[in-house]
Design a protein around this ligand. Structure first.
Ligand SMILES: *Cc1c(COP(=O)(O)O)cnc(C)c1O
Length: 347
């Protein structure tokens, strides 16, 4: 990959900084699966405190956080309620079905956010014919919804539905910290009604690997059983957990810069003829835009942008997704928008 590439493909594309690498190199370590790695223990304690839960467990990926939570909350044949754009539906290789035997009922939300009424209507009546609804999933922020922040009132209303029907409530908090920085709501306030939630370290927080899953002591004990069973238990994992500690201490507040850059990018694109984009809908670090009106497909646009040293992901037909993160500066984002304009004008 060219060093001067402007990489807006995803916030997973970040490289650990020298300071993060130094923290990793100096991390005290031990046997993680015996609970003896001080750096992992510190990361888990920090995360549990941040989100206001009793305990937490360090896992290799956000996907494993989701899948283990589903394994704990669901039995075979159970049904999960989620938005149709959810990562657990579209991007986890059918894990909920393959691992837990769970179905997912997709709701038609707005930008990845559904209402409590939609959730209520999707809860199955008690019948021998239907699957048993056992879990409701919320994705904060909504990735394929365009980085949308779930409002606290919506979460609380959905939690009310979950409580009334005795359903587990799970948050895919891959970008929870983006939501917190954008809204000013504390992570613990978003997390309060949830039985389980996790944050991703390898997205905007800039770590090379890892997610941290949090919940009650009982939930985490069960999650640990699955972690061991699936081969997610580690040894001297402090090397990677130290990156997470570093990120929580240094990389949260700066997410505001990513949000400002995403908004700037969308505003610049709004002036390009043939591009459909809604800058006012950009709440965090994700910008969806449509190049269909320029006569280009997203694949064609992505190829031509690559020639300009800009990487943006095609999402089918004319739709493209740009994601800002700590390895792209405001200047680079402005250059990327200019490259989009150049590609469109040449078409
Ligand atoms: C990236 C992502 C995941 C999966 O996380 P990995 O660490 O890549 O496994 C899950 N949910 C959402 C919303 C994501 O954006």
């Amino acid at each position: 990959m060219a060093e001067n590439l402007i990489n807006l493909y995803s916030d997973t594309q970040t490289r650990p900084t020298p300071a993060m690498r130094q923290a990793m190199a100096e991390a005290p370590v031990g046997d993680e699966q015996k609970g003896e790695d001080p750096s992992v223990n510190r990361l888990c304690a920090m995360t549990a405190e941040l989100v206001g839960k009793e305990d937490a467990v360090f896992l290799p990926s956000g996907t494993m956080c989701n899948e283990i939570a589903i394994l704990v909350h669901c039995r075979k044949g159970d049904e999960i309620i989620a938005d149709k754009t959810a990562h657990i539906i579209n991007s986890e290789a059918g894990g909920p079905a393959a691992l837990a035997g769970a179905l997912i009922r997709p709701l038609d939300g707005m930008r990845g956010v559904y209402t409590a009424d939609q959730a209520e209507a999707a809860v199955r009546a008690d019948s021998r014919y239907t699957p048993t609804t056992s879990m409701i999933a919320v994705e904060q922020t909504s990735n394929f919804g365009g980085g949308t922040v779930w409002p606290l009132e919506t979460i609380r209303a959905i939690a009310e539905v979950a409580r009334r029907h005795e359903l587990a409530l799970h948050m895919d908090g891959a970008r929870l910290m983006n939501a917190c920085v954008a809204s000013g709501v504390a992570a613990a306030d978003y997390a309060a009604p949830f039985d389980s939630l996790w944050i991703d370290l390898s997205k905007g927080l800039g770590c090379p690997i890892g997610g941290v899953l949090a919940g009650s002591g009982d939930f985490i004990a069960r999650a640990w059983r699955w972690k061991q069973r699936l081969g997610g238990a580690m040894r001297q994992a402090g090397i990677i957990a130290a990156a997470g500690v570093y990120a929580l201490e240094n990389n949260v507040g700066r997410l505001a810069e990513d949000h400002a850059n995403a908004r700037l990018f969308a505003e610049r694109l709004a002036d390009v003829p043939g591009i459909a984009v809604e800058p006012e809908a950009v709440e965090t670090n994700i910008v969806f835009f449509d190049v269909g009106g320029t006569g280009l497909t997203a694949d064609q646009a992505a190829e031509r942008l690559a020639d300009h040293g800009v990487r943006i992901g095609p999402m089918g037909e004319g739709l493209m997704r740009a994601v800002t993160h700590l390895d792209v500066t405001t200047e680079q984002v402005a250059k990327a928008a200019a490259a989009v304009r150049a590609v469109v004008e040449a078409a």
